[in-house]
Design a protein around this ligand. Sequence first.
Ligand code: MG
Length: 255
Amino acid sequence: MNTRIKTTAELAAMRESGRMLATVLQAARKQTVAGMSTKDIALITASELQALGGKPAFLGYQGFPDVICISVNQEVVHGIPRADKIIKSGDIVSLDFGVTYQGMITDGAISMIVDKPREQRHTELVRATEASMYEGIAVLHDKVRTGDIGAAVQAVLESPKYGGKYGIVRDLVGHGVGHELHEDPNVPNYGRPNTGPWLSAGMTICIEPMATLGTERVYVAPDGWTIMTVDGSWAAHFEHTILITEAGSEIITEL
Ligand code: MG
């Protein structure tokens, strides 16, 4: 289903959903420390969201067994929270969360380095990935094309200013969002300007670059969910749900 132009009422629900999402991710970020398990973090996010009155959008989605995806180091996305997966100092932890409120869905993700970074390039990877998301957001306006967004994201991840060439995961992409978690069109993190489907003011999309310190190639772990880098290189992931407006955009999943 192609993402629809949202009504005023739908946007009001999405703004509330996005506010909950950002609040929960901020709380999870603050409370995540070395020694916790990824399941501990998931339990925090579940109870914070319940207190706010939202529903977890990922739980049960295509059979996903938890409320949040937590991916560590060489895990790129879709990690399943586990009581036996313990966070260590210097780990890159990516939290990907979705919220349903009044039938409307938002989707967002952050990566963080727990405690102190083990290597400077881990810090640079996280910074570059976040910056690439914001550059993708910066090109949004009425009648933007998905290739315009991809090109802007790719330019950051390949820029010497941000430390050089990162692996840009191509098997997973951004997407429309709102009534469903994943709506058309795809919004790749690479591309050429003035190519791809057109997007209009009133549509809501997710821009979500996934970058690695090595290869762009990934595989699905034996658990059937976790996406891992083929070469074991570490990865980062940032995501916002954004409303496209006439002149620009409005980020829905930030406080
Ligand atoms: Mg997404």
